[in-house]
Ligand binder design. Structure first.
Ligand SMILES: Cc1cc2nc3c(=O)[nH]c(=O)nc-3n(C[C@H](O)[C@H](O)[C@H](O)COP(=O)(O)OP(=O)(O)OC[C@H]3O[C@@H](n4cnc5c(N)ncnc54)[C@H](O)[C@@H]3O)c2cc1C
Length: 365
């Protein structure tokens, strides 16, 4: 209340929450954070499209299902201002709308959804698969679907870390768009996520500048987006340009940009910078359990076999099912899987397919 300890949240019944952490806030807005049971048929880890897809199919097909999400459901898709290529939405749909509907659909079928709970461990205890939370508590199940997706890579230039959340953002274009009205916005990255953010922010911003390390957008962005960007009067593209430093007292004020060919630096005014420079899976917590590739993506099914043979620790006579990891009964769906398609539709589809394989696993075990 003295302006020193923020945020201050006042709940509808008037209770003040001073500097609440995510679980405290979640519990006051009616979101569940604690499992109702100790044992389930299926624990789904991650509440993006893959996890929500798995929860919808798991619960609707009679599996006692709990989904655990470390922040709020939606995943990367929930950050997308407009998804144009998801089947059945010819006019596009915002990622928030799509995933909120999926959350309600999963809940309608009886899936339990826990938010603000981070999973930090996976253990095998006989036939049970034990999922451990960051506070040490655990929940067990016959089967697990890992749907932990990917997270944005951070920009390492000096100043970016300190100004993250104060003018520098990773992928959260949608939530900050209102603040960018009439201002100069920079977007770092040349892939579709950067292009979509540029189109969305250009509706209100004075100018949007896309900073691209490569020669042009054509190599990394869908043709339809490149066309839209070329036609937008207030979007410009600076190719072969990187951010060398971010400056500002309490909020982003300026950026130092560097031309990668000439090495020349330039200081520009910038109040907002949104960074989309690729993503990496957050799977370190799985070290020593399921097998992963060199970049941390989870290996499954045929990708686990060498010359047709499953990995040494695989103990069953049958080979791993298509989305099954190196631990029987533990499956992976969506962006966290090695060689996955990195699309909403494929993530949802893999969530559904993983549930089908869970049924097969349960029938045989
Ligand atoms: C801005 C943007 C725009 C996009 N636009 C499109 C588009 O137009 N069309 C398209 O097809 N695709 C698009 N994509 C890609 C698409 O959103 C992803 O492919 C899809 O969201 C992947 O789903 P997922 O469930 O595998 O992973 P994610 O969406 O990454 O969700 C993973 C979830 O798991 C949670 N999690 C991670 N670790 C843990 C843990 N240890 N414990 C508990 N929870 C955890 C995360 O918090 C997250 O909510 C876009 C992506 C972005 C970022």
């Amino acid at each position: 209340a003295d302006g020193q300890r923020l945020p201050l949240v006042i709940t509808p019944d008037g209770t003040p929450l001073i500097e609440p952490d995510a679980p405290e806030l979640a519990s006051h807005v009616g979101l569940a954070t604690t499992p109702e049971a100790e044992f389930y048929d299926l624990v789904v880890i991650g509440g993006g499209p893959a996890g929500l897809g798995a929860a919808v199919y798991g619960a609707s097909e009679g599996l006692r299902t709990v989904l655990v999400e470390r922040s709020a459901t939606g995943g990367q898709a929930g950050q997308s201002s407009r998804i144009e290529n998801y089947l059945g939405f010819p006019d596009g749909v915002s990622g928030g709308q799509l995933t909120d509907r999926a959350r309600r659909q999963a809940a309608k079928f009886g899936a339990e959804i826990l938010t603000a709970r981070e999973v930090t461990g996976l253990e095998v205890n006989g036939a049970a698969r034990v999922v451990r939370f960051s506070d040490g508590s655990a929940v067990a199940a016959h089967s697990v679907i890992l749907a932990t997706g990917v997270s944005y890579r951070q920009l390492l230039a000096p100043g970016c870390d300190a100004l993250t959340g104060c003018g520098v953002y990773y992928g959260s274009a949608l939530t900050e768009a209102a603040s960018c009205q009439g201002q100069d916005v920079y977007i770092v990255g040349g892939a579709n996520s950067a292009g979509q953010a540029a189109m969305y922010l250009a509706r209100g911003a004075k100018s949007v500048t896309l900073l691209v390390r490569g020669e042009s957008l054509a190599a990394s962005m869908s043709h339809y987006l490149v066309q839209q960007i070329e036609e937008a009067p207030n979007i410009s593209v600076r190719a072969r340009t990187v951010v060398e430093a971010a400056h500002g007292e309490g909020h982003l004020e300026q950026l130092t940009l560097r031309d990668v060919d000439s090495g020349a630096s330039e200081l520009v005014d910038a109040q907002w910078m949104f960074v989309f420079i690729g993503a990496a899976p957050l799977t370190d917590w799985l070290d020593g359990t399921v097998l992963r590739d060199g970049r941390g993506f989870i290996l499954a099914g045929p990708d686990l076999t060498t010359d047709g043979r499953p990995p040494a620790q695989w103990e069953l006579d049958r080979p791993p099912y298509h989305l099954e990891t190196s631990i029987p009964g533990v499956f992976v769906a969506g962006d966290a899987r090695a060689e996955s398609a990195k699309r909403v539709a494929s993530a949802v589809g893999e969530g559904a397919m993983a549930v089908m394989l869970v049924h097969r696993y349960l029938e045989q075990s």
